[in-house]
Design a protein around this ligand. Structure first.
Ligand code: PLP
Length: 373
């Protein structure tokens, strides 16, 4: 399980496990010794359609053969097509494209400040919005910020119970994850989201949902907010949008202020034609049938996990609270040929491809049973 190249030439920002993957195939990963692993992690909710899914693969290949890049001073067809598709899914929105989740949050923060002329952003304790300074500043996990101060001013942290106390005339935006992913897979109660919508309306603030992890079908609907009954002013997307090619997006509802004018914000690679072509194919593949499959698989996975502890989450963003530390279980699972993740000391996180078959899921649960026996 060791690589001949090693990781000595990399900055040690990750505690990497000792496997080097060289190929992906649907719900499976193959390492440099040829061993196959069942992937119930999908690159942390990124490879939603499974590895090398034919639709984004063909779209990216075709685009690679046509055009890789032009400046954002010009239009490209994939970017126009993707913005139209996302607008349709959202029910009317305009997009700004970037390359990652953190960048989509940066765009959202700048947009909300400009749209309202205010600087405060109310986020939740335990939230995760990314590692760049703006995104880190609104991330409600002090440990992740501690070594890097000073932060961008204006971030205010609340709990679901104290939102009312913190939103007021200085609030530019309320920023929420429909399910806190990195923070331990904690779904936001629909009533809290409804209250956030009311508070934003009352005080003229923007309601931004960070759907970087929950979006693009992960929870069983294209956007998680569609199941929660609250329409946000803006949404951020990334992770699963291009099935593994780098992309991020800020979507601003048509009825919300546009705010941005030419020159306000930019990204050299944002809207990259290859990533956008792949993303169009991803959006087209996430149809009602696949979303129904996600919900069915979610029910099966929840039932399968329930024997090990309390299960939380939505769709195929699920966690189980174990009676023991999670990380050794992640390592042992890998030894058994199963890729899973953790999200907290005793929390296992499972984010399998949305396209995983029920038979593959059964195999995964069987291996997990052996690991936890
Ligand atoms: N927002 C949420 C909800 C996330 O889960 C993540 C990453 O896990 C991010 C933002 C940051 O995304 P990225 O790692 O692509 O910058």
């Amino acid at each position: 399980m060791t690589t001949t190249l090693g990781n000595q030439a990399l900055l040690p920002t990750y505690a990497r496990l000792g496997v080097t993957f060289v190929e992906g195939d649907g719900s499976w990963l193959i390492d440099d010794t040829g061993r196959r692993y069942l992937d119930l992690f999908a690159g942390i909710a990124v490879v939603g359609l499974g590895h090398r899914h034919p639709a984004p693969l063909a779209a990216a290949h075709a685009q690679l053969d046509r055009l890789w890049h032009v400046s954002n001073l010009y239009s490209t067809e994939p970017m126009q097509e993707l913005s139209a598709r996302l607008s349709e899914r959202f029910g009317g929105a305009r997009a700004f494209f970037c390359n990652s989740g953190a960048e989509s949050i940066e765009a959202a923060l700048k947009w909300a400040r400009k749209a309202t002329g205010r600087s405060e952003v109310v986020a939740l304790d335990g939230s995760f919005h990314g590692r760049t300074f703006g995104a880190l500043s609104v991330t409600g996990q002090p440990g992740k910020r501690a070594a890097f101060g000073p932060m961008v001013p204006g971030a205010i942290f609340a709990t679901p119970d104290t939102l009312t106390d913190h939103v007021g005339p200085h609030t530019a935006a309320i920023l929420l994850e429909p399910v806190q992913g990195e923070g331990g897979v904690h779904p936001l109660p629909a009533a809290v989201l409804k209250q956030a919508r009311e508070l934003a309306d009352e005080h003229g603030a923007m309601l931004i949902l960070d759907e970087v992890q929950t979006g693009v079908g992960r929870t069983g609907s294209f956007f998680a907010w569609q199941q929660l009954g609250v329409r946000p002013d803006a949404v951020t997307l990334a992770k699963g949008l291009a099935n593994g090619l780098p992309i991020g997006a800020l979507l601003v509802a048509n009825e919300a202020p546009t705010a941005f004018e030419p020159g306000d914000h930019a990204s050299t690679f944002g809207g990259n034609p290859v990533a956008c072509a792949a993303a169009c194919a991803v959006v087209d593949t996430i149809d009602d049938e696949l979303l129904a499959h996600v919900r069915e698989l979610s029910a099966r996975l929840s039932t399968g996990l329930a024997r090990y502890g309390d299960v939380r989450g939505m769709g195929l963003l699920l966690a189980v609270e174990l009676d023991r530390p999670a990380w050794p279980v992640v390592e042992a699972a890998l030894e058994h040929g199963l890729v899973i993740g953790s999200a907290g000391e005793k929390t296992l996180r499972l984010t399998p491809p949305l396209t995983m078959t029920t038979e593959e899921l059964t195999v995964g649960l069987h291996i997990l049973g052996e690991v936890l026996a």
